[in-house]
Design a protein around this ligand. Sequence first.
Ligand code: HEC
Ligand code: HEC
Length: 255
Amino acid sequence: MPQLSIPARAAMALVSALAMSLAVHATDTSAMPKGEALARASDCFACHAVDKKVVGPAYRQVAQRYAGKGKAEIPILVRKIKAGGKGNWGDIAMTAHPKLSNADLTLMVKWILSLPAQGADAGAAAAATKEAGSHSYRTPEGKRVTTDFAVFTGPGQKQVTATVFSGYEQYNSYCFRCHGGDALGGEYAPDLRKSLANGMTFEQFLSTAMAGREAKGMPSWAGFFEEKDIRAIYDYIKARQLELVPVGRPPSAQD
Ligand code: HEC
Ligand code: HEC
């Protein structure tokens, strides 16, 4: 175990405690194949989807790569998920899963490998239909900025969207202890507004948040947050970076 700062340890304890309670209200899994139900009850779907790359590869792509390799591949993949690691698909590491049994992991891997291969550009088509959209706003200083998500709802840039508001709440509940209240940067961790200003994309932000950098004190949030939560936090920080949202609780339709 690498040496971690006190806040890092506290955060990890919190994350694992809450992750356990979260698993309880997952989707109804009774009608699913056992392997899929187990994967959904664990943290797999924080980083994987069946049809698209999230942090890790689409499960259909995994099935495609190992199609025809035979049963010998199953225990290799089980070991890989247990130990975590990178290199087969890219530079981002899967987190380790030491607490999952080989029996459960084998069911999960069998389910993944049973998925029919994906049509060559089903993933690309899905990505294209996802609205990118472009929104244009003025900062209080009169500078024009654009975002690929809505920051405000209604007229006059007065109320932030429910997503940005939820990002504000989640950031200031879970990230602020290290990254500083109101996304101002902290003693223990970098100013995330600067990370975004320096070109960090949402994909890179999501990967770092889900995979963590545990050796450096950044916890993994897989199993605690879903992609949409990290998206909300990202949107809030981006709106803070662009100076569209001031410090403090932003006015929203919830008020
Ligand atoms: C326990 C302290 C701690 C908490 C809580 C924490 N982080 Fe971090 N985070 C860090 C540290 C430390 C780093 C810097 C790691 C490094 O040096 O590479 C970091 C780095 C990051 C980075 C990469 C920044 C860059 O420029 O490379 C992102 C993105 C990030 N954190 C997101 C989050 C989000 C989102 C949350 C809340 C859900 C969060 N962090 C909560 C400690 C924390
Ligand atoms: C923190 C994000 C994260 C979580 C959580 C996660 N994975 Fe992964 N997974 C990845 C990444 C990233 C890769 C690609 C690793 C590589 O490049 O070798 C990957 C790769 C895989 C692979 C392919 C391995 C290979 O070597 O080809 C399988 C199978 C897999 N994951 C299954 C799972 C299952 C099952 C779970 C839940 C128990 C899970 N993953 C949880 C991020 C994650």
